[in-house]
Design a protein around this ligand. Sequence first.
Ligand code: NAP
Length: 276
Amino acid sequence: MEIIDGRKIRDQILENLKDEVRNLKTTPTLAIILVGGNKASAAYVRQKSLAGEKIGAKVIVKNLNSDVSKDELENLINQLNRDTSIHGIIIQLPLPEHLNEEEISDKVLPEKDVDGFVPGSKFRPATAMGVVELLKRSGVEIKGKNAVVVGRGKVAGRPTAELLREEGARVEVVHSKTENPAEITKKADILVSAVGKPNLITADMVKPGAVVVDVGTTPVYPQFEEQNPKSKITGDVDFDEVSNIASKITPVPGGVGPMTVAALMQNLVTAARAQN
Ligand code: NAP
C-alpha cells in the first residue's frame, strides 16, 4: 500500500509554476475576500497566500467584518472585477448567514473565477482538478476504470465526478439517500469520498486494491485552529482499516487539501496569461 503524498506533489507543481511565472510579462495577482473571523477559513487563506508567495505571485487579502452588507461586498467584488492588475478573485467560504453564497460568488467575472464556481467560469473547480492531478501524478490510470464518488456537493463531489467522467472513467455517485452504498462503493477501482463525515468509509465498503482518495475534512476539535498543535482535521475514510486493503490512499491532512491549493495557483497563472 502506498500513501499518496499530496504535499510533495503540490510542491512539484508549485516549483513548475514558479518557472512559468518568471517567464510571464506580468505578476499573477490574486485577491481573496475573507469575511469574518472563521479560524479555519483564515488558515486556508494563509495556505493560499504561502503558495502564491512560493510561485512569485501576489496575493492580496481583503478582510471584511462579519456584519458587512451585501451591497458593500458586491461593490468590492465589482471594483476587483474592474481592476486590470487583479487576475483572480476568491470569495473564501463559508460566508456569514445573512449573505447568500451563490449570489455573491456569482458576481465574480468568469475570467477571474479561479475557484471555478461561477456559471460559465473559464476554470475547472480547483478540488476536482487537484484530485485528478493527484491520481495522474501517482501513476493511476483513470480511463476505463470504475470510479465511485461519495458526495455530490457543488464544491467537491459533483465537479470531481464530472472531471473523472471526462477523463474516461465510468463514474457512479453515492449520496445521502443512496440505499446500500457499500454495494456501489465496492465496485470502485477509484473511490473518492467528499462528504465531511469521519469514518464514513470503512474497509467493508472498499474493493481490495482500490485507490482511495479522501476529500472530506472535518475539524476534530470544535475550536479548530491550524496554529494550535492540538488541533486536527480528519477525513471521511477510516484510514487505519482502509489502508490495509487499498493499493494507494490519500491521508488527511496532507492529501487532497494541498492539491486544491496547487490547482488554484495553476488557474491563477492561466488567468494572468490570458488577461495579458
Ligand atoms: P456539501 O456541499 O455539504 O456536500 C456533502 C455531500 O455529502 C452531499 O452531496 C450529501 O448528500 C453527501 N452526504 C451526506 N451524508 C452522506 C452519507 N452518509 N453518505 C453519502 N453521502 C452523504 O459539502 P462539500 O462542500 O462538497 O464538501 C464536502 C467535504 O469536502 C467537506 O468535508 C469539505 O470540508 C471537504 N472539502 C475539502 C476540500 C479540500 O481541499 N480537501 C475542498 C473542498 C471541500 P446529499 O446531496 O444527498 O445531501
